[in-house]
Design a protein around this ligand. Structure first.
Ligand SMILES: C[C@](O)(CO)[C@H](O)COP(=O)(O)OP(=O)(O)OC[C@H]1O[C@@H](n2ccc(N)nc2=O)[C@H](O)[C@@H]1O
Ligand SMILES: Nc1ncnc2c1ncn2[C@@H]1O[C@H](COP(=O)(O)OP(=O)(O)OP(=O)(O)O)[C@@H](O)[C@H]1O
Length: 297
């Protein structure tokens, strides 16, 4: 096989996100439930006759050399060489981006995870899911989750994952029109860094009782993001009149859960024109797993 076209790189939502401590190197220890949703960037991959990794299109704000896709493919190429003693063929990648950058939806990390899955397949490199996660983690804390490929209770800085039953629901997501740089949130002096640790059972039992995943916990990054980026606060206030509205990741996007598509549509119809907003459904598993028939889970 020489190409893989129309490969989805889905977004994630952080159903809650607690900061429970800090490592010696300054990175924050988190607890979160990550949920995949069916709103995705789309990537196309073609093997080349030489050994270069090339992105064919411009991505505004992301030079080719900094693109997590290109960097992930180069790391995997180097790993392949260590195993097989030679470089695999180069890859040409085309990216159709719809996920906003600095949106808290994990777009860049998801693109990189999809690229690792696609290249592992095209090169028949034979890395296991765990080995791909080890390649991806240094590039982005969310990359292991996307490779894991299902709703997960995530700890550490993103490397410790356990599957959780993901609730089956619809989400309305509002893009407040700002890009939030993750470091600005984590470096804020007033960030809550000592939330009491919870267990996966605490989360699961709250779901069983309420059927509403958003009733559990909070996003500890939200107060700082709302203070530094007022459009985030505005979107939370607006969406909050329809249910419990919460920010995902380090922002900027804000979401609210609904049990039916019709409820989501009714809210979408009311969204003020200054914001982009859309609905999405929770995904049980990563669509690349079925596309590539990966049965590791
Ligand atoms: C908050 C989340 O969006 C949850 O999904 C992610 O953990 C963020 O992960 P990410 O986008 O890969 O973050 P990066 O862009 O690598 O991090 C930027 C900066 O944020 C800080 N950072 C990030 C993640 C973390 N657990 N602790 C941190 O203190 C670090 O100073 C880091 O240099
Ligand atoms: N393929 C890519 N797509 C998007 N951003 C990329 C990509 N490669 C590198 N980046 C860089 O990563 C930054 C964060 O982008 P991303 O879309 O992952 O943000 P995010 O959704 O806030 O992520 P997170 O939830 O992990 O904080 C961008 O501002 C950009 O500089």
């Amino acid at each position: 096989m020489r190409s893989l076209h129309h490969c989805p790189a889905p977004a994630k939502l952080n159903l809650f996100l607690h900061v429970v401590g800090r490592r010696a190197d300054g990175y924050h220890l988190l607890q979160s439930v990550f949920q995949l949703i069916d709103r995705s960037d789309t990537l196309h991959f073609d093997l080349r006759d030489d050994e270069r990794i090339v992105r064919t299109n411009e991505v505004p704000g992301v030079p080719e050399e900094q693109d997590l896709i290109v960097r992930a493919l180069r790391l995997l190429q180097a790993q392949y060489r260590r195993r097989h003693g030679r470089l695999p063929p180069g890859i040409e990648v085309t990216v159709e981006k719809i996920l906003p950058m600095g949106g808290g939806l994990g777009g860049g990390s998801s693109d990189a995870a999809t690229a690792l899955m696609a290249a592992n397949h095209l090169w028949q490199a034979g890395l296991t899911q765990q080995e791909l996660m080890d390649v991806g983690l240094p590039l982005g804390a969310d990359i292991p989750f996307f490779l894991f490929g299902q709703a997960a209770f995530v700890e550490g800085v993103g490397e410790a994952l356990q599957p959780v039953p993901g609730p089956d629901c619809w989400y309305v997501v509002v893009e407040p029109g700002v890009s939030v740089p993750t470091p600005a949130i984590f470096s804020a002096p007033d960030l809550t860094r000592d939330t009491r640790p919870v267990t996966i059972a605490d989360f699961s039992s709250s779901l069983a009782v309420s059927g509403r995943q958003l009733s559990f916990g909070k996003n500890d990054l939200q107060d700082v993001a709302e203070r530094l980026f007022p459009p985030v606060a505005e979107a939370v206030a607006w969406l909050g009149s329809y249910g419990e509205a919460r920010m995902t990741g380090s922002g900027a996007c804000v979401f609210c859960a609904f049990s039916g598509e019709r409820d989501a549509d009714q809210v979408l119809a009311q969204v003020p024109g200054k914001w982009k907003a859309w609905k999405a459904q929770s995904l049980g598993s990563h669509p690349m797993k079925s596309l590539l028939q990966i049965n590791e889970l």
